[in-house]
Write a protein that binds this ligand. Structure first.
Ligand SMILES: *Cc1c(COP(=O)(O)O)cnc(C)c1O
Length: 385
């Protein structure tokens, strides 16, 4: 069991639903992550979009990670939380002029560019400020992440990145654009990648792409391989911390860096997913013909992953004393049929008032909360270190 009796006792006094973060687990995760990355001098930027809760960001910043931002507001948030500018990277397929100006005003480390028109706009805005913007090319390596198609980003059919056949034109443009400076190559092929051979495929493709640049007399200072390392949603209690050791070792073994070239990562989910839980209360148990519905007070407004990408989270009834199990569809109160956390799930006999924990909700949970149905945005509580 994930929770101690005293944690459960505390839950019983709190208004549900709420997010619950176990900060000791976050610390343990950060310790392992940073110690493994340090072995190879790798730079890790935390992807704020996975969870931008201030308390979580403070912990992450304490371990001197960089920040991977995908909007101007994320850059401002990273600055507010004291992430240093020279560790902020900015990606996104549709950066507005305002957002690019935020990046330029804050002198961030690197803008990851996704098209020639975007490079032209960054160049123009940098020129107005008399600045030279450091950029990386986000290249679409056409590597299949073998994850849900909604979180696959590195295929030619996806909207992200510059395709390989466009690179020749990109280099021609770069010669004209004197207010941007190419410092890196960037890749990000998707999220919740659990098959590590996918990353091996990425490394091999990056090696080929580097050869191409080399043959055009270009060696960049930085290679950024993005994020995407998955977590174990089925067994969060057994696999609390992703296998960072094997992950980084793979890159060290397969990716061929040039002398002095720096390798960067942008991890989101792997850092924060397992430390977060969504705690909810059973409102009603409704008998169906084939199954019972356990209707809980949290819904897709608090955790949209199941509705958005058919994701499954481990769910447990943490207060039932019953020895008997029954089969339930665990559903939320939102007026959408997709507002369903699990179908035909065996739980101990469940009744009104029982507390249900939805595990591994630290990434893409709170940060995606919405007020749909005019719901109130719910609070977060913490187990302190
Ligand atoms: C979302 C995103 C990440 C983080 O992805 P995770 O799967 O959470 O590790 C990293 N880089 C970019 C560019 C992203 O869009």
């Amino acid at each position: 069991m994930n929770f101690t009796p005293s944690e459960i006792k505390r839950f019983e006094e709190l208004k549900t639903p709420f997010y619950y973060y176990q900060l000791p687990l976050l610390e343990e995760t950060l310790q392992l992550l940073t110690s493994e990355a340090k072995k190879y001098n790798y730079h890790v930027h935390y992807a704020l979009k996975a969870n931008a809760n201030n308390n979580i960001l403070a912990k992450i910043n304490a371990y001197s990670l960089g920040a991977d931002c995908v909007s101007g507001n994320e850059i401002l948030k990273a600055k507010e939380c004291n992430f240093s500018s020279d560790r902020i990277v900015f990606a996104g397929v549709g950066k507005s002029d305002e957002e690019i100006n935020i990046a330029l005003d804050n002198n961030i480390f690197c803008l990851n560019c996704e098209s020639i028109p975007e490079m032209e706009v960054i160049n123009e805005l940098a020129k107005k400020k008399n600045k030279i913007a450091s950029i990386a090319l986000r290249i679409n390596p056409n590597v299949n992440a073998k994850t849900h198609h909604y979180i696959t980003t590195g295929l030619e059919e996806n909207k992200f990145g510059i395709n390989l056949w466009e690179l020749e034109d990109v280099l021609k443009s770069l010669e004209q654009l004197t207010n941007i400076k190419l410092i890196g190559l960037h890749f990000h092929i998707g999220s919740q990648i659990t098959d590590l051979s996918v990353f091996k495929g990425l490394c091999l493709r990056v090696n080929e792409i580097q050869e191409w640049f080399y043959s055009h007399h270009i060696i960049v200072e930085h290679i950024n391989v993005g994020g995407g390392l998955g977590i174990d949603y089925e067994n969060p209690e057994i696999n609390k911390i992703p296998d960072f050791k094997t992950f980084f070792k793979l890159f060290n073994d397969v990716l061929q860096l040039r002398p002095n070239q720096q390798l960067h990562f942008e991890l989101g989910r792997a850092v924060v997913a397992q430390c977060g839980n969504l705690i909810t209360k059973v409102l009603y148990v409704k008998k169906g013909i084939k199954t019972n519905f356990a209707i809980v007070d949290a819904g897709m407004t608090e955790l949209i992953r199941p509705a958005l990408y058919q994701a499954t989270h481990k769910i447990s009834n943490i207060t039932s004393q019953s020895e008997q199990t029954e089969r339930y569809d665990v559903v939320g109160p939102i007026c959408e049929s997709s507002d369903c956390f699990a179908k035909a799930l065996d739980l101990p006999e469940t009744k009104r008032g029982d507390l249900i924990a939805i595990h591994s909700a630290g990434a893409y949970g709170e940060v995606m909360a919405s007020a749909y149905n005019l719901r109130t945005i719910v609070k977060a509580y913490y187990l302190e270190v």
